[in-house]
Design a protein around this ligand. Structure first.
Ligand code: WT7
Length: 701
């Protein structure tokens, strides 16, 4: 397709076409021949053939893949049935309905007994401190999971029940989620960086009957007393008339007190001096993980589930109202994460894979737990952060475990870039073969640094665009096949049919910019919003009947490459995590001093976007740094540290349309001191805008 190609970095070589300002016609980087040679998909042509087949014959394409998995009973009826068009009735998607299987069986028992990989390391666990390490083989993981499944069964957990999990990145987190999957219970994992309020809200929304948590953990230097937050959440649940009857607590920081034989995951004692973490104990509700595990039996028959039974719930921010419980199902999700993992990271048996995401996010669900395990891969499970004990932690881990495929977020790359090349080049990184990124658009500068410094120009970068809702990768290069353009997520994965629509819902051909939508279902698509199917339909299918609407804008260049341009709804992407303006605003107005609030995204060199808040105060309150500190604290407590605003500006009034809608587009410009406001004819009172520009200097950071 006549792509300009360049292998070097200089950008001026012959045959390289560069047009000022035209990202679309920028440089492209060919997959390195040594990667293509052994790749599952070795050329762009082969990718195109496979992609075409996956769209023309989805049932056959995914049917062949399904044969690699264990099915208790085969699919009795149609392999795929769906309706994407609200005007024709209820939205539904069913892959392999009526077939029965178990995801835990497929990612553990099948790997141990069919693939004979019982002794292969499933996870190298690296704790917050570099010397805290352990490893766990597939067989050991299976034993732990069977034990814990029996623990859950004894506590009355059955197929279809919901179990909340609020834990740091420790092996027990994986054990807990797989035990749920084994019993057909739905895990609802809540990121351990979220507040007790957020945990409470999620427990209530899906009426979880049990909570699994941890005493405490370190994130870098910071001690997080997780049990205390869990207690607060359960107390709030009780106040709201929903008592959770059982809370299982992993002794993690307190591991040193346990004999090694009792240690449930064979993790070594935590070496860091541990101050007295005061754990309060609710008799009759709280139970120690290690005590329950001691009594549990070895054998645990999996619960056979329908392919369309729910596997888990994971909450994601919605542009209006409370977080949505995204529901993924057994059969489709399993097929999709296994397949994307295999092709996008070009997985081979000897790989050591490392996805740095927390399991509390979908990236961790799909590419720390389910995808790698379904392939029998060895992965790194990392508890810590990239900057502790120093800036080179990630690369020292890469060398320690000889990581071959590495997957992280643009925000981490930008953060590390600030500290220069030396913390990276200090380590060899010779094992690295493929690099990946996810979470937000990666700016070409960060892409180039990742490629040049981290990957030493040898490693293709897979820029993977996807969402909590999609279960797995949607737009992404394949390392051995796709010429890359920095900043572009390139082409659709197998089974994915993207389209670019204009405001009237017409499909645009060729070079175009508009709404990114998908035209047909892929196996990993979410099936519903937990307890609110109508919200599922209105959020994703109402705007353009017949399409799944991502909520992202995108551009397709003349070579057919897709470039995500960002969210088109009232969503913010802070360090790769979505937040809704509505949830931050409602946390602000809960403060007695705040009458009204409007929150917009603001460019940030590391986080990508940060929060810029405008607050209108109630009479009798004055704007001060004490107040802004209180507001920040309030947001941290209501939502979590991720949502902490960088700027809070006093806004005597807010720019609104005559119908009273806050004009966030204008506020975004004010935040950036950009006077080029475009059309402001609909603003009810233009003097408000001038006033806010004048007040910018009073903004408190
Ligand atoms: C939103 C989904 C999928 C796991 C992480 C986030 C943005 C994600 C990319 C990318 C440009 C990206 C989109 C998307 N996004 N990956 N490679 N390039 N944008 O999951 O919290 O559900 O957020 O993140 O805006 O809609 P999520």
């Amino acid at each position: 397709m006549g792509l300009p190609e360049e292998r070097g970095r200089s950008g001026g070589g012959s045959g390289v076409r560069e047009e000022a300002g035209a990202r679309s016609r920028g440089r492209s980087w060919s997959p390195p021949p040594e990667v293509s040679r052994s790749a599952h998909v070795p050329s762009l042509q082969r990718y195109r053939e496979l992609h075409r087949r996956s769209l023309e014959e989805p049932r056959e394409f995914w049917g062949d893949i399904a044969k690699e998995f264990y099915w208790k009973t085969p699919c009795p009826g149609p392999f795929l049935q769906y309706n994407f068009d609200m005007t024709k009735g209820k939205i539904f998607i069913e892959w392999m309905k009526g077939a029965t299987t178990n995801v835990c069986y497929n990612v553990l028992d099948r790997i141990v007994y069919e693939k004979k990989l019982g002794d292969k390391v499933a996870f190298y666990w690296e704790g917050n401190e570099p010397e805290e390490t352990t490893q766990i083989t597939y067989r050991e993981l299976l034993v732990q999971v069977c034990h814990f499944s029996n623990v859950l069964r004894k506590q009355g957990i059955c197929k279809g029940d919901r179990v909340a999990i609020y834990m740091p990145m420790i092996p027990e987190l994986v054990v807990a989620m797989l035990a749920c999957a084994r019993l057909g219970a739905l895990h609802s994992i809540v990121f351990a960086g979220f507040s007790s309020e957020s945990l409470c809200e999620r427990i209530l929304d899906s009426s979880c009957s049990l909570l699994i948590t941890t005493d405490a953990f370190y994130r870098g230097e910071k001690l997080v007393n997780l049990k205390e937050l869990a207690d607060e959440a359960l107390e709030k649940c009780r106040e709201k008339g929903f008592p959770v009857r059982c809370c299982i607590v992993v002794k993690h920081l307190g591991r040193a007190e346990l004999g090694t034989g009792d240690s449930p995951s064979q993790s070594p004692p935590i070496k860091r001096p541990c101050p007295d973490v005061q754990i309060s104990w609710n008799e009759g509700v709280d139970m120690w993980w290690h005590e329950l595990m001691q009594e549990a039996g070895d054998e645990c028959e999996p619960e056979w589930c329908d392919a369309e039974d729910p596997l888990f719930i994971l909450y994601t921010s919605g542009s209006t109202g409370k977080p949505k419980g995204v529901v993924h199902t057994v059969g489709g999700y399993m097929l999709y994460v296994a397949t994307t993992f295999k092709y996008v990271f070009d997985f081979h048996a000897e790989d050591v894979f490392w996805c740095t995401a927390d399991i509390g996010w979908i990236t961790g669900h799909s590419y720390v737990t389910y995808g790698p395990l379904a392939n029998g891969a060895t992965s790194v499970l990392f508890e810590g952060i990239p900057t502790y004990p120093d800036m080179s932690r990630l690369w020292s881990i890469v060398d320690k475990y000889k990581v071959t495929k590495f997957y992280t977020a643009p925000t981490a790359i930008r953060l590390l870039m600030k500290f220069g090349d030396e913390p990276v080049t200090r380590h060899s990184r010779a094992s690295l073969q493929v690099l990946g990124t996810v979470g937000e658009p990666i700016n070409p500068e960060a892409w180039l640094w990742y490629h040049r410094v981290v990957g030493a120009q040898r490693c293709p970068i897979v820029d993977t665009f996807w969402q909590t809702e999609t279960g797995g990768h949607m737009l992404t290069p394949l390392p051995g096949a796709t010429p890359m353009k920095p900043g572009s997520a390139t082409f659709p994965f197998f089974g994915v049919a993207p389209a670019v629509l204009n405001e009237s819902g017409e499909e645009l051909e060729g070079e175009a910019e508009g709404y990114l939508v998908f035209k047909q279902p892929w196996p990993g698509i979410m099936r519903t919003v937990y307890g609110n199917h109508e919200r599922f339909e209105t959020t994703y299918f109402k705007k353009f009947p017949g399409y799944y609407v991502t909520g992202d804008g995108c551009r397709r260049d003349q070579d057919g490459y897709y470039w995500i341009t960002g969210r088109i709804d009232d969503m913010l992407n802070v360090s790769g995590h979505l937040l809704s303006t509505a949830e931050v605003e409602s946390a602000l107005v809960e403060h007695e001093a705040v009458a009204e609030a409007a929150v917009v995204g603001h460019p940030h060199p590391v986080k990508g976007e940060c929060l810029y808040c405008f607050v209108t105060l109630c009479d009798g309150h004055t704007f001060s740094s004490t107040l802004t500190e209180e507001l920040k604290k309030q947001i941290r407590e209501k939502i979590g540290p991720i949502a902490t605003p960088d700027y809070i500006q006093n806004a005597p009034s807010l720019p609104k349309t005559r119908s009273g809608k806050i004009m966030r587009r204008v506020l975004r410009k004010i935040a950036q001191n950009d006077h080029d406001l475009g059309d402001v004819s609909t603003v009810a009172d233009p003097s408000v805008i001038t006033q806010l520009f004048n007040h910018r200097c009073l903004t408190i950071q």
